[in-house]
Design a protein around this ligand. Structure first.
Ligand code: NDP
Length: 481
C-alpha cells in the first residue's frame, strides 16, 4: 500500500499511526523483544515477501511508457481499431530485457533482447511480445524448457555452461539463423534505444469483411542501429552492469524521447501454401524482396515509470492478448507461447494480475471471472456472474468471433516439412561487410573455445559450413580444428 502523499504521518500497513519506527518494543532496554510489537512483526514479515518470483526468462528488464501513432491507414488488412485512423494515438508500455541472466545480471551481455509492447487500446490490451531479432532459436515450443536449461546454470556447479549451449545448438540446426544474428555485432546493442524490435512470429490480420492476411512486425529504431564493442561491453558489464537501464531512464528524463517506426510485411493468405518455405516457421524471415516493409506508425517513449516494481516488474505480457482484427497463426512456437505467458503470470503475480494498474485495460472488462487471490476490484459487486442469463448480463459480440480457417492432415507429433536451416544464415553472412564477418567469426570462436568436446565443435562447424563454406572454414581455423 502506498503512503498517503497528502499526509506526512507514518502509518502501519493497516493505516494506524506509528508511534516509534526506530526502536522495537523490548522488555527493558536490552530486550528480549516482545511478540506484541505488531508493527515490527508486520514490517519484517512484509519485507520477507517483497519479491515475486523472477521471470524464468527475461528476468532483467527496463520499461517505459509512451504512445503509438498511426501514420498509414491499413484498414484494408485489419479491423483493429487502434490501427484504423491516421493520427490516432494509443498509450503503450514497453519492457526491454535480456533473456538468460537473473534479475540483477549485467545489461551489456551477448543475448537477444526482449521487446514486449502493451498497447492499451479501446478494444482491450494488445500485447506484442517480441525480441530485437526477427527469428528465434527453435520453432516448436516443446523444445523451449530444454533450450533454456542450456542457457541457465549447471545444476551442480551453478556456472554458465558453454558446452551445454553449443551441444543443444549443434543438435538443433534450426537455431543457426538466430545464433548467427546473436554472434554478430547486433548481439550486444549499444543501448536499448539503438536496436530494432520484431514481433518475430507470423500473425493473422483480419479486416472488417473477414478477409485474412499474414503479417510480420518490424520496429525500426529511429536512433539508428548501434552496437557495443566486445571489450567495452565486458568492461561495462563489470563496472556498470545497469548501463542500458540507466541510459533509457536518463534519455527519457532528459526529454530525448526514443522512437521506432513500425512496419509490417503482409503476405496474402493463400501465399502461405506456396511460399518457398513454411512462413510460420519462426526460424525464418520473409525476404523483404518478396514482402516489402509497409509503414504503419510510430512508437515514442516519453515517460519513465514512477515505480520500478509496480510498473516494470509487475508488468505482464502475453502474446495471446489479442484485439479484434489480430489473431494467432499456426506458428508452433507462438502456439506454445499463447499458453505459457499467461501461465507464467498467474504463477508469478497471481490469477488477478490484470487488476494491477500497469496491466489493467482501459477498455471495460466484463468477464464473469470472480474471486481469486489479491482481487483488487469490487469483484463485480452484485452484478450477473454467469452467462447465458436472464438478467441483462454482458453478452458476446459475434462480429468479433475469430476468423474460421481450414486445417487438414493427420494429428501427429511432427516437424515442419522444410529443413533448410542454412540458406538464411548464409544470406546474412554474405550481406555483412568483411569487418563484420571477421568480428562475427571471432565472437563465435571465443564463445566456442570453452566447449569441452571436439565432437560438439565439429558438429557445429558443419552447420556453419553448410550456411557458407567460407564461414565454416574461418571458424574451424579459429578453433584450430
Ligand atoms: P534484404 O536485403 O531485403 O533485408 C536485409 C535485412 O537485413 C534488413 O532488414 C537489414 O536491416 C538487415 N541487416 C542488415 N545488416 C544486418 C546485420 N549486420 N545484422 C542483422 N541484420 C542486418 O534481404 P532479405 O530480406 O532477403 O534477408 C537477407 C538476410 O537478412 C536474412 O537471411 C536475414 O538473416 C537478414 N534479415 C532479414 C530480415 C527480414 O525481415 N527479411 C530482417 C532482419 C535481418 P537494416 O536495414 O536495419 O540494417
Amino acid at each position: 500500500m502506498t503512503a498517503n502523499r497528502n499526509n506526512d504521518k507514518l502509518t502501519t500497513s493497516w493505516g494506524a499511526p506509528v508511534g516509534d519506527n526506530q526502536n522495537s518494543m523490548t522488555a527493558g532496554s536490552r530486550g528480549p523483544t516482545l511478540l506484541q510489537d505488531v508493527h515490527l512483526l508486520e514490517k519484517l514479515a512484509h519485507f520477507n515477501r517483497e519479491r515475486v518470483p523472477e521471470r524464468v526468462v527475461h528476468a532483467k528488464g527496463a520499461g517505459a511508457h509512451g504512445y503509438f501513432e498511426v501514420t498509414r491507414d491499413l484498414s484494408q488488412y485489419t479491423k483493429a481499431a487502434f490501427l484504423s485512423d491516421v493520427g490516432k494515438r494509443t498509450p503503450m508500455f514497453i519492457r526491454f530485457s535480456t533473456v538468460a541472466g537473473e534479475l540483477g545480471s549485467a545489461d551489456t551481455v551477448r543475448d537477444p533482447r526482449g521487446f514486449a509492447v502493451k498497447f492499451y487500446t479501446e478494444e482491450g490490451n494488445y500485447d506484442l511480445v517480441g525480441n530485437n531479432t526477427p527469428v528465434f532459436f527453435i520453432r516448436d515450443a516443446i523444445k523451449f524448457p530444454d533450450f533454456i536449461h542450456t542457457q541457465k546454470r549447471h545444476p551442480q556447479t551453478h556456472l554458465k555452461n558453454p558446452t551445454a549451449v553449443w551441444d543443444f545448438w549443434s543438435h538443433s540446426p534450426e537455431s543457426l539463423h538466430q545464433v548467427t544474428i546473436l554472434m554478430s555485432d547486433r548481439g550486444i546493442p549499444a543501448t536499448l534505444r539503438h536496436m530494432h524490435g520484431f514481433g518475430s512470429h507470423t500473425f493473422k490480420w483480419v479486416n472488417a469483411e473477414g478477409r485474412a492476411v499474414w503479417v510480420k512486425y518490424h520496429f525500426k529504431t529511429e536512433q539508428g542501429v548501434q552496437n557495443l564493442d566486445v571489450k567495452l561491453a565486458a568492461q561495462l558489464a563489470g563496472e556498470h552492469p545497469d548501463y542500458h537501464t540507466e541510459d533509457l531512464f536518463n534519455a527519457i528524463d532528459n526529454g530525448d524521447f526514443p522512437a521506432w517506426t513500425l512496419y509490417v510485411q503482409i503476405m496474402p493468405e493463400e501465399d502461405a501454401n506456396s511460399y518457398r518455405f513454411d512462413p510460420f516457421d519462426v526460424t525464418k524471415v520473409w525476404s523483404q524482396k518478396d514482402y516489402p516493409l509497409i509503414e504503419v506508425g510510430r512508437m515514442v517513449l516519453d515517460r519513465n515509470p514512477e515505480n520500478y516494481f509496480a510498473e516494470v516488474e509487475q508488468a505482464t505480457f502475453s502474446p495471446g492478448s489479442f484485439v479484434p482484427g489480430i489473431e494467432a497463426s499456426p506458428d508452433k512456437m507462438l502456439q506454445g507461447r499463447l499458453f505459457a505467458y499467461g501461465d507464467a503470470h498467474r504463477y508469478r503475480v497471481g490469477a488477478n494480475h490484470n487488476h494491477l494498474p500497469i496491466n489493467r485495460p482501459i477498455a471495460e472488462v466484463n468477464n464473469n471471472q470472480r474471486d481469486g487471490a489479491m482481487n483488487a476490484t469490487n469483484n463485480g459487486g452484485g452484478s450477473v456472474y454467469y452467462e447465458p442469463n436472464s438478467f441483462g448480463g454482458a453478452t458476446e459480440s459475434p462480429q468479433h468471433k475469430a476468423a474460421a480457417f481450414e486445417v487438414s492432415g493427420q494429428a501427429d507429433s511432427m516437424s515442419y516439412d522444410h529443413d533448410d536451416h542454412y540458406t538464411q544464415p548464409g544470406d546474412l553472412y554474405r550481406l555483412l561487410s568483411e569487418e563484420e564477418r571477421a568480428r562475427l567469426v571471432q565472437n563465435i570462436v571465443e564463445a566456442m573455445t570453452p566447449v569441452k568436446s571436439d565432437e560438439i565443435k565439429l558438429r557445429q562447424i558443419g552447420h556453419f559450413r553448410k550456411a557458407d563454406p567460407e564461414f565454416g572454414q574461418r571458424i574451424a581455423e579459429g578453433l584450430g580444428l
